[in-house]
Structures are given as C-alpha cells and as structure tokens.
Ligand binder design. Structure first.
Ligand code: G1P
Length: 907
C-alpha cells in the first residue's frame, strides 16, 4: 500500500499520520521525571516500566511488537455478538490489515501524547484513544478511550480492558518466568486490579517485593467497573488467546467482584464496565490508569486521574511542560517543516536523560543508568536548553574519574552514583576521557564560570587498577567507591586536576605505532576485539586538540583570574615530564615506561600531598604533548590511495596493521578518521577539501540518507571487533550512523566548510522525513539501515550533537568565556524570501530572538556582521575571526523576562 508520510499540523511538533498500523517497528515515547517509562505503538503495544526490575508489562524487543499479543487492549462486545477491539488487536481485525476499506486508522501525536483514532466502517463504530504519562510525582500512564457510534442505530455495548501485567524484573523473561508467576498475589479492588508479587526474584538474593502494579479505571460518569477477569488464563480461556479471548467472545458472565484474591497466576488488567447504550453520534469514555506504587493507594490514583476533567487537566499540563522544553530553542528558517522536525530533535536529549539507553523497544539492552560517554554528550544539548541543573550534574559526574585517567562506566540516577560495567567486565573505553572537557568547556564558555575548574571533587575507586589491566584482589565491594590517601582520608582534587589526569596519563598509553591504544573500544562500541595491538588514531587526535585547548584555557585563567600556579596531586609530577627530563615522544616504549611509573605511584591510593606547578610550565607541557601528537599523525597516518584519494587512517587492528587504505577486498575507509582529523585540525584546509572528496566518493550513499560509517570490508574482522560481524550497512558496520555523521557536519562547520556541513544535515533530514523510506516518526534515529529504515529511534547522542551544531555552528550563537558571540555560518537556502532567518534561544538566562538579515543573500564566505541592534538600539561589538563579540553585561543587563530581539545585519 502506498504510504503517505506524517504531516506537521501545529507549532509544537504536532503531527498526524494516516494508516500508522501499516508500518512495523513504529513506537512513541511517553515518560515523566518520576520514572514512568513507556513506549506505545499504533496498536497500543509497547513497554511500560519504571526500571529494569519493575516492568509493568512484559519487556519487549522491537520484533515483539509484532510477535507478541500483549498490548493495552480494549474490547467491545456490540449488540451481544459483534466483537471489536478498539485498538485493532483482534484476530479478525488483523485480517483487515491489507484491505483498505474495512478500518481506517489515524495517529495524532504531539509533546508527549499519543492519540489513535480507529473507525470500522461495517460496524459503524469509532474509538479515539489517548495515552500519556502525566507530569506528576506518580509512576502512572493514563489512557482515555472514547467510543463513538457512527451508525444510525442505537448500540448496546459491553466494554472490557485487557492489559496483561508482568510485574517483575525484565530478567525474569528468561529467568524463571513461570516460577515468578507463582509469586503473584492479585487482588481486585473497587476500581481495578492490583498485582503485588510476594518476592522480587533474583537467585543472587530474593527480596521482599514492595511494588504494586495496578490497572484502575472508571467511566465518564465516574462509575467503577462492575467486575474483573484478573487471571490471565481465565480471561483468554482454554483454546483462546489475547486476540480472541473467551471472556470477551463468549460474553462470559463469571467475572469476579472487588476484594477477591488470586495467587500464583499470571495477571491481566481486565476491567469489565457496565453495559451501556450509544445512540447515533453519541459517545462514551473510560479512563484507565496503569500505575506502579510503593504505597497501597489505588484510591488516590483513581481520585486523582480517573475522571474526564483531571485527565484533560493533566494532559494540558503535560503539553505545556514538554512544549516549554522544546521552545527553549526555536528555529525559524526558510523551511518550516525542518523547524518543526527540530522540535523533536530538541526533546531527544531529555528523553535519553530519562530512559538512558534502555527501555524503548530497540534498546533491549542495558539495565538503566546512563553510559559515561552519553552522559557528557547529552549534557551538551541540555546545557543549551537549561544550564542550571547541568552544572551540578557535571560536578557530580567528575567523581567518576579514576586516578589512572579511566572512569566508572555507568552513572546511576542519583547524583554521584556510579556503577561498574553492566556485564561486570573489566574494560576501558579509550575515548571516555575526551568528553568531560568538551562539555565543561561549553559550560564555561556560556557561563564565564572559570572558577568551576577549581571546585574540589573526589575520585572513583573500585577493584580495577591501571586502566583495568590489574585487579585489586584485596578490594572488598563494601568499600566506598572513593580514592583515599595515605591517612585513609578521601582524596579531593580540583575539576581541572581531573581533566588533566584524563589527558596527561593517556598521552603515554600508546601502542607500537605511537597512537593511543584502542583498549576495550572507543566511541565505536563495536571495536571491542583489538585490545592488545589496536590503536585509535581518530581519538588520539581529539585528545591532542583537547590538550591544546586546555592550554588555552589555562592562559585564560592567567589573564582573567590572575592564576599563576595550579595545585595538583604530587604523583602527577611524573606525567609532567617536560618539567624535568622530557622523554623521547617518538618512543612508545619510553612512554609506556613512564606510565607504568605513574600507575605504581598511585595504584591503590595517593599520598595526599600536593604540588604547586607553574601555570606557564603546565601550558608548555600540554602544548608540547598536543603538538607532538598532531605532528605524528600528520606525518604517519595520511593515506593516499591508488586512485589518488586522500584521507586519514583511524585505526590499527589487533595485528598491528593499519585498518584503512586500498585492500584486496575493497578500499577500506572510515568516517571516524575523517571527523576527528578535521575537528582537531590535524587536517589542513586543503586536506579537508580532499577528505570531503574521498568521503563523497567512498562513503556517501543517498539511499541511506548520506554518509556511511565505513566502506564494506568484506571480512569478519576478528582482529577489530564485533561490528564487523554485523551485516554490512547495519549499525556500527557501515550504516548511516547519525552520531558520527552529525559530528562530521559539526567538524566541517568548525573548519568553515559550511556548505558541506549543511549538506550532511540536510541529507539526513530529507531521508528522515521521507516516511516511506525511513518509517519513523519525526526525529533522528541512531542509524539508517541498509534498506533505509531508521532504527533505535529517540535515544541517540546524534540529537544532542545536531542541536549543538544548529545553535552553535549554523546559527553561531556561542559563548566565549561568558561573553556573547555571534558567528553564523548560514547558507543561502536557509534565508526566507525576506532574506531573514531567526533563532530563539537562551543565553545568560535571557530569552533572545536573533534575527539574521542578509539583504543581498550573500554566501557565508562573503558576508560579514555589519550591524547589531538589541531591542531596536544599535550596540557596540568587537569583531573577532569573522564573529561579533558582545560583552556579557549587555545581555545580563537586559531587564524584561520577555524575549529580547537581536537584529543582525549580514552584508
Ligand atoms: C550509540 C551509543 C554511543 C556509542 C555509539 C557507537 O550511539 O549510545 O555511546 O558511542 O552507539 O557505538 P548513539 O546513537 O547514542 O549516538
């Protein structure tokens, strides 16, 4: 069937999609800060949970959306014999699927609600079902079912909900699913059913369960159900199923009343409502609450949510809440569809903060919590939207750094809570150390809070020592996860010291080709089989440019705060070799030897003694280190192949061989190597030009929305990682992996290749909005597969980088040590017919609308900022590298809380 795509219908990303059920794997997020995490599909399948160990409904992977019959079903028995699922989930309605004339379905969705309208033309009945998770302290999803008689005869209707409850840990799907059902105690209460398993089952130690999983409901006259079918097997009946349940199709009258108890059975939220009559055009509604609670408070939930008025009130609050988040950055370009699409991008970093990398159907891994790398990168976007809470989050997260430069991998939901690798594996991702500095730098640039660097924080300590190469046998898991000194006191160092530890120590951790070791992997999680000889040239260059940027930041500390010396742990003196006797940086052996010395000095604890180092010497040390890396990469890692293409090699495999270049099985090239050589300025301007030509030739593929992560190596490279076991074109093996592609765009913008940068974003956008190909709702997915479908929607770091790139690079709204900087890199097509384009965003807590006016439609390389007016008054600015620098005071002194208009003339 020809599929028409979604269309935006409002100003806050609202969209409609006809026939959404004619697509597989579509899902939509419903979530709140209290910890309710749901996903919902057009047929109302999807997960509902509050964590790994508290799945309200059965945990699902993407395939289960079409392979499993559990859903939020709502049955009608019309005139005693016509069975109809208001959600389309009946065996009969399945058969309508490829027949357009039987039932029409339409989705209407927005921030963050999901409404499905289904109409059966034969039965002349229509349902409108709205789901959302209210913005309250409660872990609850609400669902309103409105039934409309579209015929011209009165109907008699019996309505029953059917929402199977799982009520236990996701692990129990394949760890005693049946035995754990024996723990179930199901009670019927006046308004619904309540499942309270006796224990939370875990063979490592069973715990008393204290959660109640509930399905509660009332009708629009505030009447509770008349009865229940709380036991799954009784509801479906012998020979029946969830899509043809005996209780419904035979109109079973043996339902039970409130206050009954059933033990040791699988549960279902089957609430039977009083029979009602619907005249033509009349409607009747039901409101359900699917809740998890530690308290025995089903009545509170019903009173608070299960009536029409409060449902609407909470729905309104919900929309306001999410709209407020997305409108903290608002684009008005020449393409209003793009601007609406960006609203879904804007919400994505918040979604990942709430879901982590788990709990949506494709994200069928992880156990909650957030990964180190993702936390720091998602904070980039969160900093742009709402910097206040992010400052504390950054500060707390620094406590995850180990003194050896590595870090705890999973961050829990409470401040400063860290967890070891989810699989208990001792491994280090070598890229982890680069991200905290990038995010901290953005925070400082936008706030001017240089003092932040001097805040004291502890270090993480567990049984992993020396970048996980050694385990502390004496470590006891009851120990606090903090590094102590000789006096057994918690050791604290400045955040700057943490950042320096991360860069100075890894500098010496090189492989035989003098690039940083790949260790357990880098940004690419799939490169996990080259621990011995693997090297990541790509991230070596990013560490190098960080070192140079840290050196620049130290110069700012000198200038702005008159800092002359920096306090560091005494042991770090070893890493500052240029102070005493500089080792030979071309010798990997010498580097490793020095690193060993450092590790020995602080293996299990530190002395607690501090040294004061001269800031000038520290700057020199960092510059020498950074430059030595850049020279090394320029000299040794540039590839020129037989066809004359030029690019940078990103990796060495576990046999110590260069990964990229001409190869008998086909040319080998990665996007990663190009992104970071461009971003870190390893590549000269001329080389950037050549690299883009190579990328266009080897990696660009319009079928998948742009730039692939790598060419086809045609080999399961066991000496590189699991990624090359994936089919080519999927995930980390050559998909259009949005995160890397967006970072490519960001790098190009940074080097002033605005047109090229724009094309990367534009091609992804055009692909995503082409619903027939991408089959996803608005937003950016983690990747586009070989057939063009978007996968792992919503929870992806690419959203954060896209927002960052749009605000900081494209519209050029930046901070410069607290001052306000404008450096737009807009291309002609982004201006409207009046030659304007604008963005609304926050800076220094002020709401600003920046309107760029480009009367002669000059291209980025030709225009300059000629004049700036704030609220109609011309202001002074300093020109700096083709940008305008505006004193922070000018912004902070703006009085009103309303939006301020900044008009910028480009000519
Ligand atoms: C995901 C992970 C991220 C990892 C990337 C590549 O990317 O979350 O940590 O670096 O895969 O393996 P995302 O789509 O979130 O950007």
């Amino acid at each position: 069937m020809q599929q028409k795509g979604w269309e935006f219908v409002g100003d806050n990303g609202e969209f409609v999609l006809e026939n959404p059920t004619m697509n597989n794997y579509l899902y939509f997020p419903l979530v709140n800060e209290a910890g309710m995490m749901s996903s919902i599909t057009p047929s109302l399948h999807g997960n509902i949970n509050t964590g790994q160990n508290s799945f309200v409904t059965e945990p699902l992977s993407a395939i289960d959306l079409h392979n499993n019959k559990s859903s939020r079903n709502f049955w009608l028995l019309i005139d005693n014999h016509k069975v109809w699922s208001a959600t389309g989930c009946s065996s009969k309605q399945e058969t309508y699927k490829f027949n357009e004339n039987k039932e029409s379905v339409r989705l209407e969705a927005g921030m963050l609600y999901h409404k499905i309208i289904r109409e059966n033309k034969n039965l002349k009945i229509k349902s409108e079902i709205t789901n959302f998770v209210p913005i309250t302290e409660d872990k609850v999803e609400l669902m309103k079912i409105n039934i409309i008689n579209t015929g011209n005869k009165t109907k008699t209707i019996n309505a029953t909900s059917a929402i199977p409850l799982f009520g236990r840990s996701a692990d129990n799907i394949r760890d005693h699913r049946h035995v754990t059902s024996l723990l179930n105690v199901i009670k019927t209460v006046e308004d619904g059913i309540k499942l309270t398993p006796t224990l939370s089952f875990d063979e490592r130690g069973h715990k008393k369960n204290d959660l109640r999983y509930m399905v509660l409901g009332r009708d629009d006259l505030n009447q509770p159900p008349i009865g229940f079918f709380p036991v799954f097997e009784d509801f479906i009946g012998e020979g029946g199923s969830l899509t043809w349940p005996e209780a419904i199709v035979t109109d079973n009258k043996y339902f039970c009343k409130a206050k009954e108890v059933f033990e040791g059975r699988e549960a279902i939220g089957a609430l039977k409502f009083k029979e009602f009559e619907l005249k033509p055009n009349e409607n009747k509604s039901f409101i359900l609450a699917i809740a998890v609670s530690k308290k025995d408070n089903s009545e509170d939930f019903v009173n608070k949510y299960c009536n029409l008025e409060s449902f609407q009130k909470h729905l309104d609050t919900n929309q306001k809440y999410w709209n407020n988040i997305i409108n903290k950055a608002k684009l008005k370009s020449n393409d209003s569809e793009f601007d609406q699409w960006m609203k879904w991008i804007t919400i994505q970093p918040t979604l990942r903060r709430l879901y982590g990398n788990s709990f949506l159907p494709h994200h069928d891994y992880g156990r909650g919590g957030r990964g180190w790398r993702d936390l720091w990168q998602d904070s980039l976007a969160l900093l742009l939207l709402d910097p206040k809470p992010v400052k504390d989050m950054l500060f707390n997260s620094f406590a995850g750094v180990r003194i050896d430069g590595s870090n705890a991998t999973i961050i829990g939901s409470k401040p400063g809570e860290f967890k070891a690798d989810r699989n208990g594996i001792n491994r280090v991702w070598m890229d982890h150390g680069v991200w905290p500095f990038l995010t901290t730098k953005l925070y400082i640039d936008r706030s001017g809070d240089l003092e932040f660097l001097f805040k004291k924080q502890s270090y993480f300590r567990d049984n992993q020592l020396n970048r996980s190469k050694k385990l502390d046998e004496k470590w006891n898991s009851d120990n606090e996860n903090v590094l102590k000194d000789n006096d057994n006191k918690i050791y604290y160092g400045s955040l700057l010291e943490h950042i320096l530890v991360q860069h100075l120590s890894i500098f010496f951790n090189v492989g035989e080709h003098n690039n940083l070791k790949l260790e357990g992997g880098d940004w690419n999680d799939g490169l996990d089989m080259a621990e011995d000889k693997g090297e990541s040239v790509a991230f070596t260059s990013l560490y190098a440019s960080n070192m140079l940027d840290i050196a620049d930041l130290l110069k700012d500390l000198q200038d702005k705060l008159n800092v002359n010396s920096i306090e560091l742990a005494k042991e770090m003196n070893i890493l500052l070799d240029t102070f005493n006797k500089k080792i030979d940086y071309s010798s990997p052996k010498e580097k490793q030897k020095l690193l060993k010395r450092y590790f020995t000095s602080c293996e299990t604890k530190v002395s607690g003694e501090k040294i004061q180092v001269d800031i000038k010497d520290l700057i020199l040390d960092l510059e020498r280190k950074g430059k030595s890396i850049i020279d090394h990469i320029r000299k040794n890692e540039l590839i020129k192949n037989k066809k004359g293409y030029e690019w940078f090699n990103a990796y060495y495999d576990n046999d110590g061989n260069k990964l990229e270049g001409d190869h008998p099985l086909g040319v080998r090239m990665t996007l990663t190597g190009q992104v970071f050589s461009i971003m870190s300025k390893v590549a000269s301007r001329k080389q950037v030009k050549n690299i883009t030509a190579s990328v266009d030739n080897y990696l660009k593929d319009d079928k998948v929305g742009g730039y692939r992560l790598n060419t086809n190596f045609n080999e399961v490279k066991l000496n590189m990682g699991r990624a090359y076991g994936f089919a080519y074109g999927e995930k980390e093996n050559g998909a259009m992996f949005s995160h890397m592609a967006i970072m490519y765009s960001n790098a190009l913008y940074k080097r002033n290749f605005a047109q090229n940068g724009f094309e990367v974003i534009n091609s992804i956008y055009n692909h995503c909005k082409n619903f027939e190909k991408s089959r996803i709702y608005p937003g950016i997915p983690e990747y586009i597969d070989s057939k063009g479908r978007g996968l792992y929607h919503y929870l992806t770091g690419s959203a954060s980088w896209l927002l960052l790139t749009m605000i900081e690079e494209v519209y050029g709204i930046k901070g410069d040590l607290g001052n306000f900087k404008l450096q737009p890199k807009l291309v002609k097509s982004q201006f409207n017919k009046n030659c304007n384009t604008s963005i609304e965003t926050l800076f220094a807590d002020k709401k600003l609308k920046i309107i760029y006016h480009n009367p002669n439609l000059k291209s980025f390389s030709h225009y300059k900022i000629k004049e700036i007016k704030i609220n109609n008054e011309k202001i002074d600015f300093k020109e700096k590298n083709n940008s305008a620098l505006i004193n922070r005071n000018i912004i902070t002194e703006l009085k009103s809380k309303e939006k301020h208009i900044i008009e910028v003339l480009l000519n």
